[in-house]
Design a protein around this ligand. Structure first.
Ligand code: ACO
Length: 324
């Protein structure tokens, strides 16, 4: 028994924030942002639009593409670090909105790796008897972005992507997932305030500690190293070569990180899904948005070998290979 991706969907909020808009907000330039990150614009959730609102839209589209009803779902996993509330889980709000009456629901926190981590959990549950699991990566990064900090605010965007993971007994399916972590690097990317270590207080707000802090330069180097390493490990664990990969769908954080990784791997750029220019870094939503784009553009066909690669806060890094 294998688990396959039977449907994909995504949702991007309507509002577009361009680099020119950011020039009006902080000391930056369109040229700096494009050259250092490859980002031209990103989407922003509307006022009052929360993580579950984005997740529900992506989930509905994934269900429609799989030809399934919400009542067919056994489980809903939402990977996010920007859920509607500290509790309950955003997945429960999605379960209610979709009417997935027999589904279990919970969230998963692994930052930008959240979607691949959740995919591996769905894979394991389907292999052990569940029929259909909805895996969503959804983020409203704008809610934890410090719009006065030029080091971070140019990088992130909002959005949601989803897949349905279903039982399959044919050739197609998730061949393997690889998950890694290194908590010694937890301070590279963090939101220091608002959790149990430093509960929300006037001091936290004054010092803007409820927002993302990142050591960009160090993160950059670790990202290149871990993405290359996990891609090689995944391929060798499956007796595959780089040449066997039809499409690489990496976490979209920075075009320079991705160019360095694909050069080291020897992957031609035509085999890589790149959309960081239009979305920025949407954390857990990044890979499922890119995967849905690949499917809709016909870049993934029956039999294609697709490799996913992610890294993010934690530090975590992860990969998956899928026979489509
Ligand atoms: N506009 C103009 N100048 C800027 C900006 C900006 N938006 N941001 C920083 N600068 C300046 C810095 O102040 C610095 O100036 P200085 O030399 O006078 O001190 C200069 O630009 C260079 O700064 P660096 O940090 O060295 O720039 P770098 O080339 O490393 O690019 C960046 C910064 C884009 C953040 C890059 O390091 C990066 O992408 N890192 C990885 C981030 C990432 O991928 N995170 C993913 C995880 S996110 C998650 O898990 C939720």
């Amino acid at each position: 028994m294998k688990a396959c991706i039977s449907g994909t969907g995504s949702y991007a909020p309507v509002k577009i924030l361009t680099n020119a808009d950011l020039e009006q907000m902080v000391a930056t330039s369109d040229e700096w942002i494009r050259e250092r990150t490859g980002i031209r614009e990103r989407r922003l959730a509307a006022t009052g639009e929360a993580c579950s609102d984005l997740a529900v839209q992506a989930g509905k589209r994934a269900l429609a593409s799989a030809g399934l009803m919400a009542t067919d779902l056994d489980m809903i996993l939402v990977a996010t670090c920007t859920g509607d509330y500290p509790l309950p889980a955003t997945a429960c709000l999605v379960q209610h909105q979709l009417g997935a009456t027999k589904a279990a629901a919970c969230d998963l926190s692994a930052a930008c790796c959240g979607f691949v981590y959740a995919l591996s959990i769905a894979d394991a549950y389907v292999k052990s008897g569940m029929q259909h699991v909805l895996v969503i990566g959804a983020e409203v990064m704008s809610a934890i972005t410090d719009w006065t900090d030029r080091n971070t605010c140019v990088l992130f965007g909002d959005g949601a992507g989803a897949v349905v993971v279903s039982a399959s007994d044919g050739e197609r399916g998730i061949l393997s997932t690889q998950l890694r972590s290194d908590g010694t690097l937890c301070e590279l990317i963090m939101v220091p305030g608002g959790g149990s270590r430093m509960p929300l207080s006037e001091k936290v707000v004054e010092e803007r500690l409820q927002y993302i802090k990142m050591k960009g330069n160090e993160t950059f180097k670790v990202a290149v190293r871990t993405l290359e390493e996990i891609a090689r490990t995944t391929l060798s664990a499956n007796n595959l070569r780089v040449e066997d990969v039809d499409l690489y769908v990496p976490h979209q954080a920075n075009i320079r990180i991705l160019k360095a990784v694909i050069e080291r791997l020897g992957l031609p750029v035509e085999k890589v899904l790149l959309n960081v220019d239009r979305y920025g870094n949407t954390s857990a939503a990044s890979i499922p948005i890119a995967l849905d784009e690949a499917v809709r553009e016909g870049r993934v066909k029956a039999g294609s070998l697709v490799m996913l690669g992610a890294f993010g806060a934690g530090l975590t890094w992860a990969s998956a290979v899928i026979r489509w």
